[in-house]
Design a protein around this ligand. Structure first.
Ligand SMILES: Nc1ncnc2c1ncn2[C@@H]1O[C@H](COP(=O)(O)OP(=O)(O)O)[C@@H](O)[C@H]1O
Ligand SMILES: [Mg+2]
Length: 218
């Protein structure tokens, strides 16, 4: 099951040796899985890396088969809103633990009888100090809205990604933060003082020009 990922990493043909490459991606994913489980996010339990393959708990459908992906499950509008809310809560818990999934979609979420389980984390990034973290988080959240929006169309209008990031950036995000899905567009100039200074400078410059021109007439 994990061999696809190994093949993908090996294909890159980078300057890394096989062992370095393997340990790099495995450790990132294993450590992300542990960090997320500690933060209360539902992820499979990792068992370790054997022969370059990451073994983990099989998420089961309750009848001994692998659980279906979210993409294979149908929802009533009510169920869609509920499951969307649970997954947003998971995204917030991840971010509170300092991580952004980066490839979250209906294909990387499994549905077991207790609800959604997040998988496929080799590209998870540290939220702090990574320029890509914000767009990655916003894309993850937008993917959830567009999937669940098929069943509950009002979710297509929501802006949870921007809201979550704004709370995170201001240090206010907690796993319990209330979310509305709405953010106010900020149309005040970023720096009102410097805008005023520019207007004053332009006025003074015009004044000086008039004085110079008046001087030439003498
Ligand atoms: N822990 C797991 N339990 C059950 N099925 C899994 C598990 N991990 C992955 N799968 C199945 O394998 C597929 C591919 O795994 P994934 O981790 O998404 O790798 P990738 O997308 O990189 O190939 C998933 O879509 C899912 O159907
Ligand atoms: Mg996947």
């Amino acid at each position: 099951m994990k061999s696809t990922r190994l093949a993908r990493a090996m294909e890159k043909g980078s300057r890394f040796g096989r062992e370095e490459l393997e340990s790099a991606w495995q450790n990132a994913e294993v450590s992300a899985l542990y960090r997320l489980a500690d933060a209360g996010v539902r992820v499979p339990v990792p068992y370790g890396c054997f022969d370059g393959v990451l073994l983990m708990e099989m998420v089961s459908d309750g009848a001994g088969h692998p659980a279906p992906r979210l993409s294979e499950v149908d929802f009533t509008p009510e169920e869609a809103r509920d499951c969307h809310g649970r997954l947003l809560r998971e995204v917030v818990r991840m971010l509170c633990a300092g991580l952004v999934h980066g490839d979250l979609s209906e294909y990387n979420i499994l549905m077991d009888p207790q609800g959604p389980v997040i998988i496929d984390l080799p590209q998870a990034v540290d939220a702090a100090g990574n320029n890509h973290a914000r767009p990655m988080l916003e894309r993850d959240v937008a993917n959830l809205a567009s999937f669940f929006g098929q069943f509950a169309p009002e979710l297509l209008e929501s802006r949870y990604g921007a809201e979550i990031w704004a709370l995170y950036e201001s240090g206010e995000l907690t796993p319990e933060s209330e979310l509305t899905g709405m953010v106010e567009d900020d149309d005040t100039p970023a720096d009102l003082d410097s805008l005023l200074r520019e207007i004053m400078d332009a006025r003074e410059e015009a004044e000086r020009r008039r004085e110079r021109e008046a001087g030439h007439d003498d």
